[in-house]
Design a binder for this molecule. Sequence first.
Ligand SMILES: [Cu+2]
Length: 120
Amino acid sequence: MTRSLLATLVALAALALGAGGAGAHAVLTASSVGKSALAPDAPATVTLTFNSGIESGLGKVVLRGAGEDRQLGTHAGEQANQVLVEVPALPPGAYALHFKVLAVDGHVTESVLRFKVAAR
Ligand SMILES: [Cu+2]
């Protein structure tokens, strides 16, 4: 198989995967932050709740804010549609939690949750 044919097949497979699950991916339906700011300098566990089951071991969460990006650890939640994110103690400010999770249907969801850490 030539290299360009292989590249074409990979691209077609990616298209098929992308088109197949339109509207069926996991969507974030609730989180334990967003409305109320987190307390400053206190580590927190943020719960992300989705509309479908999540393969929690295969997610990736990056926290952007305070001038740096850091990858955060995740755990399975009490329910199959929840992911727990360990957020370290943070200085006051605005943050964005960029998360990518794999739903049990095999589709990846990527989104951003913005939250604030309150002033002291
Ligand atoms: Cu899907």
